[in-house]
Design a protein around this ligand. Structure first.
Ligand SMILES: [Zn+2]
Length: 1089
């Protein structure tokens, strides 16, 4: 067995002899410790177990990237801009947040002003109404009328972005209308912009899900319309992330537009004419990520704020607000229909606005969007807008002294005209547009109204979103492998088609939830429920796909996969009973007959992780390949101080191949020797102790402590962490965890779903009596749980020599349903001298340095955290890793604070017309990682920073937990393999397999032979020690040999593609070696056999 293992490892890592010898030694050590160590060392917590101590091999060349990047300068670095802007908010006159714009009539003497008026309609896939209700009541009419009204006059144009709506309409409309739409796309009257499933949120959305909904939209377009969007259109997301710019660039886009940017930044950019720029990634060493970006200058994307600086004037050119209609102009002046008698006057009034707006840009081309939310539903609105504007255009174009050329256009018409001007000016040495790096958070639309509340709003669903993402990815990968095996072994019983349809459905549910009113938590209660049900149903379906695919892959005799009851023979043991409840573990019934427990490692590296399941017997025994496995047995708690008499938790260390399955057997055996966890309860009393050793402690005379091979933690009497001692150097760190409350301001405008308007600094969370504190000490993990009124807080330390041992796990169950106008935060304080600098991730893809600024209100210093935030000084970095998106800040040196839930009774006047008080009992999961920084030059702060490899991998563990499955009911005849290992070896440590996503068939609703293999090479900081990470992988300068990739499959074809499969590079051909640059995400079309 041991020899087999060594051989296996040898094959895996044939390229690196040094690692192999390490592994050989370590595997021997490990097996010795498993055989001899544990039973005699029960209760000895200083000796860790787990994967062997290994030095991670990092190719020195892989360190160059992080050390070099950030040294090149952009013309505009957003961090610097924030230092420059006074944020004084003076009254700018008609353009309240801007300034008076002047021009000379001669400004257009040499080159006329070229105006593109771009009609559009912003359709939220759910907000005040559900997606279906909006479609029924509004959106379907927009499409129906579009077909008629655009066809009437070939000069009319329109743009559309949300494919979720277009595809729904497509399924219900007739061929005649479909043909009209195709011809409108063909002749350029209609343009699809961005073309994602939704217009995603850019703060809380993870890059996995953003990419997935982009692919879903683009795949739908490819199949049904054959069009390839080339311009990005994001007018409503509440702040903008450079991750989106990167993803669009990699999808083959050359231009994009953004709108919701802090009003003071807009003003600054308007003054410097930098509203149009090349957006470059902070990490880019050259200019390969540059994408042309247009920032809309004014307050909103509605018509009053898009023709020019004066909304009072512009509103009069929204002909849907003509007197007698449903809408009017709040500025007191109504639109007038255009006729011969007023046309000169009206044309000149509008022209003045266009000219003023044009002075904010560097070209003579002007973009004038013409639309609003759910516009162009009624046929007469099309007539009002298009006819009146056409009269204005005809008149303006007929007046040579106006020096204007004005017409309807699409977004790309505008960008093409700008490109033409860039081309014409290329003779000058000075580039026409600046290069900008950084992001556009945190958004404020007026005064001190910062949109940092939505980073946390409805956190229950932000957590559920991440769980769905990990399930979707796991199901995609297992499904493609199973599909290939089903084809190979001709297993017709494998539900290839129904599973693919369920996968498609899940992609679309997740995609819909990335909408900027969904994951943001800014929709009405009923709409939130609608999203929740979609997420929940998809989660259930994905569990079935994972189960049925895993079963086929792990079956010894594939031909035995026939019974219809095999659909979900392997069932996930973690169950969520309804859309609004927390996942609960099922209890696995044990008997003397062994039953299978199949574990799936969704990560692309070999992994050693603790697996925990509930079983029905205290005499549980676990084995793998006939060998007993050491287990920790813990009590299952029904309340803080009562244990279940029917269920027990067993935990054991599972060794799993990359992306692979491993089979364990469970049974009830009188000869089992589980290592029972021990308990101490403070400030409470345990009555029935069952089989466990439990002590009721009167009051804690000594500190509560936990320790593992890496660290020792000290806790206060209320169970809150106060100190961390690093065992390697004996250093003490004051790392304190505390809770606090924010109230909402007493001023008129208060916090709501979008906006955070606190009543000053957070107040400490106070409790009159000490909470019950339960301490558990076990072989594989130990933890301290405190039962506060509003939060059940658990700090867990894994007694494992691998990844899981090196950080502290924190899980909170928050319940603030009895409070009003409160937000609850968890604050980590430390002696790290971080001053005002901290770091947050953007979309789980990259790190953005932040600066806490005293010139800004507290709520402006809150940023989105998708997967991590860290602070550092010359010696240490402290990272908070997160398994859900939440708002985070660092208001004092040494602090990281995360807002975990908010309950607000009032609307914050952004259209939602309700507060957020549908709170649920909400789980959140974190890890705290303290790392030493050996040699750091703190003098020059770069605008870029990278996590260590350990931090990246810890984040992967947190976001991609191991899946455990068992038989629905024991089937005695079932024969499973010991493991299924689809990869020849672990992928390099810095490479993440983002997805292996089966591509749709072009003919029907089914799957094709191909999958999209999406790989991300992470950027990492080499200055952190990488030894003892417990990882069996190395880095290889981004190179992977294709024939060394898969174990059970042959790569028939592997062809590079653009990110969303829309484009093939001109030299696309089958490749034998994958080469990834740091930070790059690359998609390949792969065909396995
Ligand atoms: Zn919207």
């Amino acid at each position: 067995m041991l020899q087999e293992k060594i051989d296996h490892l040898e094959r895996l890592l044939a390229e690196n002899n040094e690692i192999i010898s390490n592994i050989r030694d370590s595997v021997i050590n490990l097996s010795e410790s498993v055989e001899d160590g544990p039973r005699s060392s029960q209760g000895n917590f200083s000796q860790g177990v787990g994967s062997p101590l290994l030095s991670l091999t990092v190719d020195p060349a892989d360190c160059l990237f992080a050390s070099q990047s950030g040294s090149q300068d952009s013309d505009v670095q957003m961090l610097d801009i924030y230092s420059l802007i006074p944020f004084d908010n003076p009254d700018g006159g008609v353009w309240k947040q801007g300034f008076d714009i002047t021009y000379k009539l001669s400004d257009w003497d040499t080159k006329p002003l070229q105006v593109f008026v771009v009609p559009h309609s912003h359709n939220d896939p759910g907000w005040l109404k559900t997606f279906n209700d909006y479609f029924k009541e509004k959106t379907q009419y927009i499409f129906n009328n579009m077909a008629i009204k655009l066809k009437e006059d070939s000069r009319r144009t329109f743009i559309w972005s949300e494919i979720s709506y277009l595809s729904k309409w497509w399924d219900t409309t007739d061929k005649l209308k479909k043909d009209i739409i195709k011809s409108l796309l063909g002749n350029g009257q209609l343009e699809i912009v961005t073309g994602g499933w939704v217009m995603p949120d850019e703060a809380a959305a993870h890059y996995f899900a953003i990419i997935d909904q982009l692919i879903e939209g683009h795949q739908w377009l490819e199949k049904n319309l054959g069009v390839k969007p080339r311009s990005g259109w994001a007018i409503d997301p509440f702040g903008h992330s450079p991750t989106m710019a990167y993803l669009l660039k990699r999808a083959g886009f050359s231009h994009m537009l953004i709108q919701r940017v802090h009003y003071a930044v807009k003003k600054h950019f308007s003054l410097h004419k930098t509203l149009e720029f090349f957006w470059r990634q902070n990490w880019d060493l050259g200019s390969v990520t540059d994408i042309f970006c247009h920032m809309m200058p004014f307050y909103s994307y509605d018509i009053p704020h898009t023709c020019g600086p004066d909304p009072k004037i512009c509103c009069q050119f929204d002909f849907n607000r003509l007197p007698g209609g449903r809408y009017g102009c709040p500025w007191g002046l109504a639109p007038e229909a255009i006729y011969l008698g007023n046309i000169k006057n009206r044309a000149e009034l509008l022209l003045d606005q266009y000219r003023k707006k044009s002075k904010l840009f560097r070209t003579t081309v002007l973009l004038a969007p013409l639309g609003d939310d759910f516009r162009y539903c009624e046929r007469r609105e099309w007539d009002y807008q298009f006819k009146n504007y056409q009269m204005l255009f005809d008149y303006m174009n007929s007046q040579p002294h106006y020096n204007i050329k004005i017409q309807f256009g699409t977004l790309s018409n505008y960008f093409d005209a700008v490109d033409k001007e860039i081309g014409a000016s290329r003779t000058n040495s000075q580039p026409l547009f600046p290069v900008l790096s950084g992001d556009f958070f945190t958004y404020a639309d007026r005064d001190d109204h910062y949109w940092s509340g939505y980073f946390t709003s409805r956190p229950f669903y932000k957590r559920m979103d991440r769980i769905l993402e990990s399930h979707l990815r796991a199901a995609e990968i297992l499904y493609y492998f199973a599909l290939k095996q089903a084809q190979k072994y001709k297993i017709s019983a494998f539900p290839s088609s129904s599973s693919y349809m369920a996968l498609t459905d899940a992609r679309r549910s997740l995609g819909l939830f990335q909408h900027h009113d969904a994951i943001t938590g800014t929709a009405k209660d009923a709409v939130v429920l609608d999203y929740g049900i979609r997420l929940y149903n998809s989660l259930m379906n994905l569990k079935e796909i994972i189960g049925s695919s895993a079963l086929l892959l792990i079956l010894k005799d594939k031909q035995s996969y026939k019974s219809s009851s095999f659909d979900t023979l392997l069932e996930m043991d973690l169950k969520q009973k309804s859309q609004g409840s927390l996942p609960q573990r099922d209890t696995i019934q044990l008997s003397a007959e062994p039953r299978y427990l199949v574990v799936y490692n969704p990560l692309e590296q070999e992994r050693s992780s603790l697996v925990s399941v509930y079983v029905s017997s205290p005499k549980a025994q676990v084995s793998a390949s006939g060998k007993l496995v050491e287990i920790q047995m813990s009590a299952v708690w029904e309340t803080a101080n009562t244990i279940s008499q029917t269920a027990y938790e067993i935990s054991f260390l599972a060794q799993m191949p990359p992306l692979g399955l491993k089979v364990y057997t469970l049974l009830d055996s009188t000869s089992s020797h589980p290592q029972l966890a021990e308990y101490a309860l403070y400030n409470g009393n345990i009555e029935n102790k069952g089989i466990f050793n439990m002590k009721n402690m009167k009051n804690a005379e000594e500190d509560i402590t936990l320790e593992n091979p890496f660290m020792k933690l000290h806790f206060s009497q209320s169970g809150l962490m106060e100190e961390m001692i690093n065992k390697e150097d004996g250093k003490h760190h004051d790392i304190k965890v505390q809770f606090s409350w924010y109230g909402t301001t007493s001023k008129k405008d208060k916090s709501g779903a979008y906006i955070f308007l606190p009543d000053g600094e957070a107040k400490p969370y106070v409790y009159k009596t000490l909470p019950i504190v339960r301490v558990q000490r076990g072989r594989f993990y130990s933890d301290v749980t405190s039962f506060f009124e509003h939060v059940t807080h658990t700090v867990r330390l894994y007694n494992i020599q691998g990844i899981e041992g090196q950080s502290v796990e924190i899980s909170n169950i928050v319940d603030i349903r009895k409070e009003y106008n409160y937000e609850i935060a968890m604050r980590i304080s430390s002696n790290i001298n971080s001053k005002t600098r901290f770091y947050t991730d953007l979309n789980g893809y990259q790190i953005q340095p932040r600066m806490t600024m005293s010139k800004l209100p507290l709520q402006a210093n809150v940023y989105p955290m998708t997967t991590m935030a860290y602070i550092q000084d010359a010696q240490h970095r402290l990272t908070l890793l997160s398994a859900q998106s939440l708002g985070v800040s660092s208001l004092e040196s040494g602090q990281i604070e995360v807002i975990m839930d908010r309950r607000l009774i009032q609307d914050d006047n952004r259209g939602l017309e309700q507060g957020v008080y549908d709170n649920k009992i909400t789980a959140s999961l974190f890890r705290i990682l303290l790392e030493k920084r050996p040699v750091v030059n703190m003098e020059k702060e770069k605008p870029v920073s990278y996590p260590s490899l350990l931090s990246h991998i810890t984040s992967s563990f947190l976001n991609h937990p191991v899946f455990t499955m068992t038989e629905k009911r024991p089937v005695p005849t079932l024969q499973l393999l010991g493991e299924f290992s689809p990869l020849l070896s672990s992928l390099p440590c810095d490479i993440h397999l983002l997805n292996l996503r089966t591509i749709q068939s072009k003919k029907d609703d089914k799957y094709s032979d191909e999958a999209a293999l999406i790989l991300h090479r992470k950027g990492f900081d080499c200055l952190f020690p990488s030894k003892d990470t417990g990882l069996l992988c190395s880095t290889t300068q981004g190179k992977i040999l294709v024939h060394k990739l898969f174990n059970k499959f042959t790569v028939a074809r592997l062809i590079p593609s653009s990110l969303s499969l829309m484009h093939s590079p001109p030299d696309a051909r089958n490749i034998s070696e994958i080469n990834l640059k740091p930070m790059e995400i690359s998609t390949f079309r792969i065909q396995l056999r």
